[in-house]
Design a protein around this ligand. Structure first.
Ligand code: OFO
Length: 170
């Protein structure tokens, strides 16, 4: 495997691990606050990120490279409310999209079309994740963060999370 591509893929493995960890922290925060729908959503999101990481690990190892399992720092554990956590979700996904796009650029520069093709799955996934975060933020703005709004919103999140679980490839 091309060494520059291998290095960039390993950096992405770390980013996916950090994403999984970050969403796990949000899930745990929400669970402790009694926001069970939001917690379920972020636990599922954390699992998805772990799956993204694993998919990269398998790809690197199967293509003759060496996947490196990264160390990760403790994530933020306290948050102001649902608007903040979903704002952070969007911000985080936008940053991950940028890093996937950079990876694709590196593959093109190195003429590694196999990896570039493999990464198209991530490109599509990022589009979906950004769109989802935007939809959720719109919903928060509509329902508001008072008690009633929060209850309705959290119930919606529970539904969204169970739909996620039913989807085969996440
Ligand atoms: Fe791995 O897709 Fe989000 O970050």
């Amino acid at each position: 495997m091309n060494t520059r591509v291998e290095k960039a893929l390993n950096e992405q493995i770390k980013k996916e691990a950090e994403s999984s960890h970050f969403y796990l922290a949000i899930a745990s925060w929400a669970e402790e606050k009694g926001l069970n729908g939001t917690a379920t959503f972020f636990y599922a999101q954390s699992d998805e990120e772990r799956f993204h990481m694993l998919k990269l690990i398998h790809f690197v190892n199967e293509r003759g490279g060496k996947a490196l399992i990264p160390g990760i720092n403790a994530p933020q554990n306290d948050f102001d409310g649902i608007k903040q956590v979903f704002g952070l979700l969007l911000e985080h996904e936008v940053a991950v999209t940028e890093s996937i796009n950079k990876l694709v650029e590196i593959c093109l520069e190195e003429k590694d079309y196999t990896t570039q093709n493999f990464l198209q799955w991530y490109v599509a996934e990022q589009l979906e994740e950004e769109a989802q975060a935007k939809t959720i933020l719109d919903r928060i703005n509509l329902t508001g963060e008072d008690k009633g709004g929060l209850y309705l919103f959290d119930r919606d999140m529970e539904q969204m999370a169970s739909q996620k679980e039913q989807m085969p490839e996440q």
